[in-house]
Ligand binder design. Structure first.
Ligand code: MSP
Length: 520
């Protein structure tokens, strides 16, 4: 059902030094919801995710565990990072590892090209390096340490001191791209979003850019610099290239021109890499810059970024084992404005599960289907005359479809879901007001009963199509129960309201069953 236009979307590639927590799953789900939405809009959507396996951080973890970095990466990819995709129901089109030959070879081609065209030189650098961030820090990036690090300057993200490094490295002439980047942000205000992220990036670049050290020679876990194998490529330079090597750069021109440029969904902590360094690298290589870089907020615990290193990470399956993957996806996409920070709480999750998913949406579906079974032997009636109240529901279906489509265009996933929920709430109010159970008592009200049921069934069909990117499992079950033809994922989402109903309903199990166990 592709209309031929391409929507290439990426997640960051994840460090394999540790297992995933719900902050990582959050990024995955957001990108997946957007990819599914665009797929259902008729575009040729392509979702890329993967793992970032080189650099000192991984090397140190592997060494501490007595294995080679490659063995460590293989283990974590197979036991933790690929399983995460199943846990939260990600439908990715590719999974790239920076240790894949397709990545290493083509990243080297890119580097050689930059070297040959004069964008790289040899220099010396001394600075404070944070291994957690895999980044040299400026004094302004450091804060006063507390506890065991009181009296020292520490990384603002990892709260540990940085290491003073002095190295002879290869440098990328990034400073020469500052004006070009500023013009890009100016001419294309959507390039970096949301607005707060854009402003931060612009003021950062306005202060002037330094050249970037892009190689390391004190360890060898990385891609070899093609013209000097005593150096490995700086892990961020290597990692950013995944977005093009996976898309065919250097080895599949047809694929690359079909897919590129991409929309990058990243956490705000890694915004500068994506909105400054990455476009500068592409400009130097003469490759189109990304379509958009969207910096989302953090999941916070106690006001700080949730992280494994601070022992505040919650494993995604702690949530999905009890609530299921749909509830995970719904909760994080609905409860947090995409682009802003948010706090997770078990109480909020339980409350929203119960009131919005189980009572609001799930019960609505069960009740409507049960009434069609009871009053019409499961046959979806053919509508006769519609009343004003019925037409209002039809109007809402169209209105929320358009509103959700518009919101997704701005990556405002929370607004899109809020719009869909207007239909859930209106349908619930409609059923209460129309009282089909009373209409069923008098044969004289038969036409009215049928109009109400068919209106409710159509409304549910619209919801199934619209909500499919967010809660794929529940909506697939609902679609089948409504007698929908084909897969719900094949229905055009931008015309969700056009569905007019199948021939018969079939029984529907509770979409969001009651949770008995205590959680937390
Ligand atoms: N490997 C780099 C990315 C390279 S992309 C070319 C990296 N990896 S990471 O595993 O540390 O983080 C991956 C993503 O997870 C980032 O977008 C980061 O912001 C996100 N998150 C990590 N902790 C998070 C929260 N507590 N909340 C939300 N997102 C979080 O950075």
């Amino acid at each position: 059902m592709s209309d031929g236009s391409s929507f290439y979307i990426t997640t960051p590639i994840f460090y394999v030094n540790d297992v995933p927590h719900i902050g990582h799953a959050y990024t995955e789900v957001a990108a997946d919801v957007l990819a599914r939405w665009h797929r259902q809009s008729g575009e040729d959507a392509w979702l890329l995710t993967g793992t970032d396996e080189h650099g000192q951080k991984i090397l140190r973890t592997a060494t501490a565990n007595g294995v080679t970095p490659k063995e460590w990466a293989d283990r974590l990819v197979e036991t933790a990072w690929k399983p995460l995709l199943k846990t939260v129901d990600i439908r990715n089109d590719d999974f790239i590892r920076t240790t894949d030959v397709r990545h290493e070879v083509n990243a080297q081609k890119f580097l050689q090209h930059l070297y040959d065209s004069g964008h790289i030189y040899t220099g010396e650098y001394e600075g404070f390096y944070c291994v957690g961030c895999e980044e040299y820090k400026q004094p302004s990036d450091l804060i006063d340490g507390v506890g065991e690090y009181a009296g020292q300057q520490v990384c603002a993200i990892h709260s540990i001191p940085c290491e003073l490094l002095h190295e002879k490295n290869y440098f990328f002439r990034m400073s020469t791209f500052a004006d070009h980047l500023l013009a890009l942000y100016e001419e294309n205000p959507n390039f970096v979003q949301p607005a707060s992220a854009r402003n931060e990036v612009i003021s950062f670049v306005k202060q002037g850019l330094s050249d970037l050290s892009i190689s390391r020679s004190s360890f060898d876990w990385g891609i070899k610099v093609p013209w000097d194998d005593s150096h490995v490529v700086y892990v961020w330079f290597d990692a950013l290239l995944n977005y093009i090597t996976a898309a065919g750069y250097g080895h599949d021109d047809e694929k690359f021109s079909r897919l590129w440029p991409a929309t990058h969904v990243v956490g705000k902590d890694i915004l500068r890499f994506h909105a400054v360094i990455w476009p500068a690298m592409l400009l130097a290589a003469g490759i189109e810059v990304p379509r958009q870089v969207f910096g989302h907020g953090w999941l916070l615990v106690g006001g700080e970024k949730m992280s494994k290193s601070k022992l505040t990470g919650i494993a995604p399956n702690q949530i999905t084992d009890t609530f299921g993957s749909d509830a995970f996806r719904y909760y994080f996409m609905r409860a947090i404005s995409f682009g802003q920070d948010g706090s997770f709480s078990w109480e909020d999750l339980s409350a929203r599960y119960q009131s919005e998913l189980a009572n609001g949406f799930g019960n609505l579906a069960s009740r409507v289907i049960a009434m069609v079974v009871r009053y019409c032997d499961g046959e979806i009636p053919v509508a006769g005359d519609f009343s004003e109240a019925d037409e209002l529901i039809r109007g809402t279906e169209k209105r929320v479809t358009d509103a959700a489509t518009l919101a997704i265009g701005h990556l405002a996933i929370h607004d899109a879901i809020a719009a869909m929920w207007e239909l859930v709430d209106e349908l619930n109010g409609y059923i209460t007001a129309q009282e089909p159970w009373s209409l069923a008592k008098d044969p004289a009200d038969r036409d009215r009963l049928e109009a109400v049921l068919v209106t409710a069934v159509r409304g549910l069909g619209t919801l199934a199509v619209l909500l499919s990117p967010v809660v794929p499992q529940a909506t697939a079950k609902l679609w089948t129960a409504l007698g929908g033809i084909g897969l719900v994922t094949d229905q055009r989402i931008d015309r969700a309201w056009e569905w007019t109903g199948g021939p018969r309903v079939s029984p529907l199990e509770a979409l969001f069953p009651r949770i008995e166990a205590t959680v937390g």
